[in-house]
Design a protein around this ligand. Structure first.
Ligand SMILES: [Zn+2]
Length: 459
């Protein structure tokens, strides 16, 4: 016999409410401060300023784990799998006349001038050339030390001998596997792709050489094992994550075609001929899923460029991280860690909701130096209030020219992030949303702990 649950009558519902009210009143009496702990929509600026002054020196002491950088000397062609297209537009903060870059050079190197005129910049360029000529790892370790960066992921085609592998961990590129056929039509789409696509072909040839192949394998099974083995070998060489820059080439929406369709495209074009747009996309969508599957098997996090990008032809619609939702929320990939680089900027609110999935993370790289700290503060305040365990610092340190290098952009990104998170947290403390102790815990998570945990678990 099934026991019958007691029926809730109007009378005993009322009794239940009475008991709950009495219990709430008792809790309120035991904790007299409880009503004043409710968050307010704003706080007095003077109060926020005082909390900021207390938090910032403590936040400056937190060693950083940088989720995304291109630590490199400017003439090293391995710094990225692609290059800046000619005449690209640049945001105001990254233009050469930004006085913050002079402040960076002064802080890092004691730069004695107030501008980067050719004869003044030579002072800085000579210093960096001398460091490069020394060939050892001391220089880049010292840059990290000056900025209190403990560990740094380096997005590169290959690791450099001048980067200490104890502190710089390699993230390798995998987009080249999406371009094994004749790419004439792909490269002809616009001037940016005319620069990017030949570089992808070069990386693919490099991987073929690495794997001892003289040419593309003759069938799809062979190509798949080449793709999977390259990932395995790159991980053995020290790779801690694979990176897609796919948003520069195509939509981040990947369909799920059957293997036979991809096989038919491979058989038709692996030695000659030019695939149609649809055929190429079908093949890419299939190989993309082979890579994601391998990432899961190898316990290798998958990074995506997911924000605006350089070049005047970058498609905001194609790069919108919401395109990835069908992949991120696919139960087949629940064991794959996805790291959406650059915060999805300008879609930062969509991004933080994508990180609601347990295996999805994001970082503040790139946007952290595109916008000024006052705006970065707004984004971080929203993020830290929603999923604080899913957000990470990233510098996207990158050399802009021979004088303003990755060193200065490391500085700019680090100073911006430390001050922005300090202000975001100070506001939350002043608004009674969180305590100062909690604020410092959240700062540790963003600047260091979330990334250390994510990559530490993979070892
Ligand atoms: Zn980058």
């Amino acid at each position: 016999m099934t026991p019958i649950a007691p029926r809730l009558t109007t009378g005993n519902i009322r009794m239940k409410h009475m008991i709950q009210l009495v219990m709430l009143a008792c809790v309120a009496l035991m904790a007299p401060g409880i009503t004043s702990a409710q968050a307010k929509p704003a706080a007095a600026p003077a109060e926020t300023a005082k909390i900021y002054e207390r938090l910032l020196p403590q936040i400056d002491k937190i060693p950083i784990y940088d989720n995304h950088s291109h630590a490199t000397f400017p003439d090293d062609s391995d710094m990225d799998a692609q290059a800046a297209p000619p005449d690209e537009s640049s945001v105001m903060r990254l233009r050469e006349d930004n006085p913050e870059f002079v402040a960076a050079a002064k802080s890092l190197f004691g730069y004695p001038y107030d501008d980067f005129s050719a004869e003044h910049a030579k002072w800085l360029i000579d210093k960096k050339k001398a460091a490069e000529a020394s060939g050892n790892t001391v220089y880049w370790d010292s840059i990290l030390d000056k900025l209190n960066i403990e560990t740094c992921l380096a997005n590169r085609v290959a690791l450099a001998s001048y980067l200490n592998p104890q502190r710089f961990h390699w993230v390798f590129f995998v987009d080249s596997f999406l371009f094994p056929f004749n790419n004439r039509d792909q490269a002809a789409k616009n001037g940016d792709l005319g620069v990017y696509i030949p570089l992808q072909e070069k990386v693919l040839q490099r991987y073929e050489k690495q794997e001892g192949l003289a040419a593309l394998p003759g069938d799809l099974a062979g190509y798949e094992s080449f793709v999977r083995q390259t990932v395995v070998d790159n991980q053995k060489k020290g790779g801690v994550a694979m990176k897609f820059e796919a948003a520069y080439f195509r939509s981040l929406y990947f369909s799920d075609p059957p293997r036979e369709k991809a096989e038919a495209v491979f058989n038709k074009y692996h030695s000659s001929g030019i695939p149609t747009e649809d055929e190429y996309r079908t093949f890419q969508d299939y190989i993309f899923r082979v890579l994601i599957d391998q990432a899961g098997k190898s316990h290798l996090p998958v990074h995506f460029h997911s924000a605006v990008g350089i070049g005047d032809y970058f498609s905001l619609r194609n790069g919108n991280p919401l395109n990835l939702e069908n992949v991120l929320r696919d139960p087949r990939y629940k064991n794959v860690i996805f790291v959406l680089i650059h915060g999805g900027y300008p879609y930062t609110l969509e991004m933080i909701w994508l990180t609601a999935a347990k295996n999805v993370y994001t970082d503040s790289s790139l946007m952290g130096y595109y916008v000024y700290p006052s705006e970065l503060k707004n984004i971080l305040k929203q993020w830290v209030s929603l999923y604080p365990e899913k957000i990470m610092f990233g510098s996207d340190a990158f050399p802009f020219n021979d004088a303003v290098g990755a060193e200065e952009t490391f500085w700019l990104a680090v100073r911006s992030a430390r001050t922005a998170i300090a202000e975001a947290l100070a506001e939350l403390v002043a608004e009674n949303a969180i305590s100062e102790t909690k604020a410092l815990q959240l700062a540790h998570m963003y600047l260091h702990d979330n990334a250390a945990k994510l990559y530490g678990e993979k070892k």
